[in-house]
Design a protein. Structure first.
Ligand SMILES: Cc1ncc(C[n+]2csc(CCOP(=O)(O)OP(=O)(O)O)c2C)c(N)n1
Ligand code: SF4
Ligand SMILES: [Mg+2]
Lengths: 312, 633
């Protein structure tokens, strides 16, 4: 019997179960896009019948990182930029746990950019939500890796001379097997996309456009937006890498021209997750590693028997 | 230094197989019943460059490198840079011979490969003259020729083994037995023929040296030849560690490699990741999810782990990190030992340090202390660090094989079951009180843990200060309660460590003088202490392993019992002496330091010399060490 009875139970779930009794009310600024992520995540998890005790939410540091305080589950509010390495090890340690990582654009595309690239490349079976508000929120409004060129802030008073990163293209090139963009202004699509991402067997990356009315007053409120899957103007095959790549490039460019395009941009068919790949090489146990620590009958290998021989 | 001692040095270029041949040779001596100890010297270069390994063999205990050596097998460097050009690196072809002469003892033996090192060059070294002066016995043999005749050129090391055996009057059968375990068919035949030919050719020489195979008897029980890295990796596996994440860096790479090669068959997981920040963070993620985990690195890589280490302290996530020191600062001397990362490991990361730091002094202590690190980390929910160095990681030594016959430990420490969670202290609005102030039934200050997937156990782990359920809190009363609880664990840990007795004492109970050291050169210090006592001095020593929490009582008692104490360490700023003074707040006028930081580990005679000049108030006669007098002196 598993020591983790919250895992994999068929159940009806209620959105309220994911609202923490301790901090039911988020402290984000009025009008902040972060509320929408929290609501969509709650909606998706309840729709999927998840138990808060089988979900591990790992966050970075930023306004976005506060998600852990306002979403009820096991949580690991890590350090700036490091939610992904913590999250992916948790998945390796116990693949039964539903692992979600989340953080800001500075957190994920800046300081944690290297981890983003490698976690996507490895295709861990997890969901990664980036709160993309094109700004450093918690440190009071500095230019971020997704701030548009020319964006003025206290630290770049004459306007940013840098091209913003292209998060979707970066994700695809790195190896993510599911890439989508949604926006705070589109709660239904957001919840659907998060649910799809959680169900996807591989690294699912969602670039979530979250307006920051406090520090990014000039920024668009991301309305009106277009869902490319619902629009007749866009016709591409999300399972085709090349078409997806072209579409992403257009979507990223258009955002800075004032047009907000959202939807699913890539979904790899049949790409095995990292866990599957690693099990196939024989370098990961078939049973969840965590289980054996809580199984009284587990047998532990001994160095004396297996290794000392070759030193004598 | 007895005449019952062989110190055999095999020298050549990196990539010439020096490492493996010396290992086989040491094993053969060990199987013959001798105690062995190796010392490696190599450059940060893959092919070529001056490198050697010493194998010291004695009938009665070898716990250190010796003073110099008495047998040189100089192979020639097959990757030497063009000798006709006046290169920055000097004449590399000749280095296996030229670079090793200074340490060769009087009466020593030199065998060199005349197939690679040509006579004309040797003439330039004034070898004949120097040999006469020092009573060296020189035997040129065309080792390359022998190898080529029976097999391939790379077998020339084995021709040298054959020559060595003949000159020492040593039976080749143990060594040949090892070859039979390694190779088969044609390759085996060729190697055996090479060894025999070398043996026979050397017998032709007129031999007039005094060095021979030390007295030996069949060992009483089987011995295992292990490095510090082997012992650390095996200790971790037996401690139930089944997850490691890392990024290569010398000298930590060895432990990472051994673990990676063995974890699959032990049902575990190894991950090579993008950098050391990730490595430490992965270890935390796996541990948070209920698996016993570790990571590690060396100087620069460990610096990157600083922030995740602090996260482990604050979130009370158990983890074991190891730091294999090499000479710093920065990239420093990657393949040379030093003990200058002590303060780095004790204090890196923001806030008050809340960690355990242990420094093993030899192979057995490596095994035991990494196990202690896991035990403490998982019982107390605290990061436990093991600090060692390039010297201990790679040096080989024989240990009774039965020592490793120990029970593995899969216990995840203070994690409780779902049933216990249900009965645990009142939950806080649905959340488990993972950071309860005054949990009962467990160890002092330790609150019970739950792990993801356990029903009813959900909580928030965070690097922010937090309340009992893990939610962020800046309430001053909560802050003080949580800080005191976390720091208080170190007091209970100190008590547990006192029971383990990690400090190693050596020499008479009562002595006038003391010598203190920490980590890898413990064996060298103890050998020096024996010699000093034999020479009429009154000295005892302590090798300290517990660095945090510091063994205050034990060290105080030691220092009270002696008049003066010399602190011996491999760094330039006397970091361990500083720690001792900080922790004990006294003894300043009693403590002087003998420091070495030239990239080479101490020899016993150097410590003898350093001690003698320190008590006599004389200047050190050599420039490769530094003496720092006591405060107020
Ligand atoms: C190593 C480190 N550097 C800097 C900071 C300070 N810091 C906290 S959040 C943050 C940036 C936040 O921006 P973003 O990741 O976009 O998150 P947002 O607040 O916009 O949600 C910074 C620089 C930190 N906590 N740690
Ligand atoms: S500063 Fe911006 S991102 Fe942060 S809570 Fe306020 S609105 Fe949201
Ligand atoms: Mg941001």
């Amino acid at each position: 019997m598993s020591a983790f009875s919250a895992i994999g139970e068929q159940r009806e779930a209620d959105e309220d179960e994911f609202t923490p009794g301790i901090e039911p009310q988020p402290t984000w600024c009025p009008g902040c896009g972060d509320f929408a992520v929290n609501n969509a995540l709650k909606k998706a998890m309840s729709k999927l019948g998840k138990n808060p005790d089988e979900v591990l939410l790992c966050t970075g540091i930023g306004c976005s990182g506060k998600l852990n305080s306002y979403f009820e589950s096991y949580g690991f509010h890590t350090i700036h930029g490091r939610s992904l390495p913590v999250a992916r090890a948790a998945k390796l340690a116990n693949p039964g746990v539903e692992v979600v990582a989340a953080g800001g654009d500075g957190d994920g595309y800046g300081i944690g950019g290297n981890h983003f690239m490698h976690t996507a490349r490895e295709n861990h079976d997890m969901t990664y939500i980036v709160f993309n508000n094109e700004i450093f929120g918690l440190t009071k409004g500095q230019t971020s890796p997704t701030s548009p060129k020319g964006h003025k802030s206290k630290t770049q008073p004459s306007g940013s001379a840098k091209q913003p990163v292209r998060p979707l293209s970066l994700s695809l090139a790195s190896g993510a097997s599911y890439v989508a963009r949604t926006a705070a202004v589109n709660p239904n699509q957001a919840a659907e996309i998060i649910a799809e991402a959680v169900e996807h067997d591989g690294f699912a990356h969602i670039d979530f456009l979250t307006q920051c009315p406090t520090w990014n007053k000039d920024a668009r409120q991301y309305v009106p937006y277009t869902d490319v899957q619902d629009s007749d103007d866009y016709d591409f095959d999300v399972t085709n890498r090349e078409e997806a790549g072209k579409m992403m490039y257009e979507v990223e460019s258009k955002l800075y021209e004032g047009e907000v395009l959202t939807g699913r941009f890539y979904k790899a068919e049949d790409r095995p997750s990292y866990g599957e790949e690693k099990r196939a090489t024989g370098e990961m146990p078939e049973e969840p590693l965590a289980e054996r620590y809580y199984d009284e009958d587990a047998e532990w290998e001994r160095c004396a028997e297996q290794l000392i021989q070759k030193h004598t | 230094m007895t005449d019952q001692e062989l110190i055999w040095r095999i020298a050549g270029g990196s990539g010439d197989g020096i490492d493996s041949n010396s290992r086989y040779f040491a094993k053969a001596l060990m199987r013959s019943g001798l105690d062995v100890f190796t010392h490696r010297h190599y450059p940060s270069r893959i092919r070529g460059g001056h490198t050697y390994v010493e194998v010291r063999a004695t009938p009665d205990g070898a716990a250190s490198r010796g003073d110099g050596y008495n047998f040189l097998l100089a192979l020639g460097d097959s990757f030497a840079r063009n000798p006709s050009e006046d290169a920055y690196y000097g004449n590399e072809e000749l280095k296996p011979l030229s670079e090793n002469l200074d340490d060769l003892r009087e009466g020593g033996i030199i065998v060199y490969d005349s197939g690679l090192i040509d006579e004309e060059q040797v003439a330039e070294l004034n070898l004949e003259e120097r040999a006469e002066e020092n009573d060296w016995h020189v035997y040129p043999v065309d080792l390359r020729g022998i190898a080529k005749e029976h097999g391939r050129e790379i077998m020339r090391n084995n021709a040298g083994i054959g020559v060595t055996a003949a000159l020492l009057d040593m039976d080749t059968s143990e060594y040949e037995g090892i070859m039979e375990e390694m190779w088969s068919d044609d390759i085996l035949e060729a190697n055996l023929a090479v060894i025999q030919d070398g043996y026979e050719q050397a017998q032709e020489f007129e031999q007039n040296h005094d060095i021979s195979m030390p007295d030996h008897e069949e060992p009483e029980e089987p011995q295992a030849l292990v490095s510090g890295s082997d012992a650390i990796a095996y200790g971790a596996l037996d401690a139930g560690c089944r997850f490691i994440a890392g990024y290569p860096m010398t000298p930590w790479t060895d432990v990472f490699t051994i673990m990676s090669q063995n974890l699959p068959q032990f049902g575990g997981i190894s991950e090579q990741v993008e950098d050391e920040i990730a490595a430490a963070a992965l270890a935390l993620g796996a541990s948070h999810t209920g698996v016993k985990s570790m990571s590690g690195s060396s100087g620069g890589g460990f610096a990157l782990m600083s922030e995740p280490l602090g996260l482990a302290e604050m979130s009370e996530t158990p983890v074991v990190l190891i730091e294999a020191m090499r000479a710093g600062p920065s990239t420093g001397m990657p393949t040379k030992p030093e003990q200058a990362d002590l303060e780095h490991v004790l204090y890196t990361s923001q806030g008050d340090s809340t960690r355990v730091v242990l420094a093993p002094g030899d192979q057995q202590e490596c095994y035991e202390q990494i196990r202690t690190a896991f035990e403490l980390a998982y019982d107390y929910q605290i990061p436990a660090l093991l600090i060692y160095d390039q010297k201990l990681q790679g040096e080989l030594r024989n240990v009774d094989a039965s020592f490793f016959d120990q029970e593995p430990d899969g216990d995840p420490g203070s994690v409780i079951t779902e049933e216990e969670i249900a009965e645990a202290a009142e939950h806080h609005a649905g959340k488990f009180k993972r950071f309860q102030y005054d949990a009962e039934g467990g160890k002092e200050g330790v609150s019970p843990r739950s792990v993801p997937g356990q029903k009813g156990g959900r909580f928030l782990a965070t690097g922010n200060e937090h309340n009992e359920a893990g939610h962020i809190s800046e309430d001053p009363d909560n802050r003080v309660l949580q800080m005191n609880r976390r720091l208080g664990k170190l007091e209970s840990i100190r008590e547990e460590l006192d029971e383990k007795g990690n400090q190693t004492h050596h020499g008479p109970d009562e002595a006038e003088y003391g010598i203190m050291c920490w980590g890898s050169h413990q064996g060298t210090v103890f050998e020096a202490v024996d010699r000093l006592n034999d020479d009429g001095h009154s000295v005892k020593a302590i090798g300290v392993s517990d660095l945090m929490p510091y063994p205050e009582e034990e060290v105080s008692a030691f220092l009270e019992s002696v008049e003066e104490c010399l602190v011996v360490e491999m760094n330039a700023t006397a970091q361990f002496r500083g720690l001792t003074q900080k922790e004990l707040g006294r003894f300043g006028p009693k403590l002087s330091s003998l420091l070495k930081y030239n990239g080479n580990p101490f020899e016993p005679a150097e410590i003898v010399e350093g001690f003698e000049s320190s008590i006599e108030g004389e200047e050190l006669a050599v420039s490769n060490m530094k003496y720092v007098p006591a405060a107020g002196d």
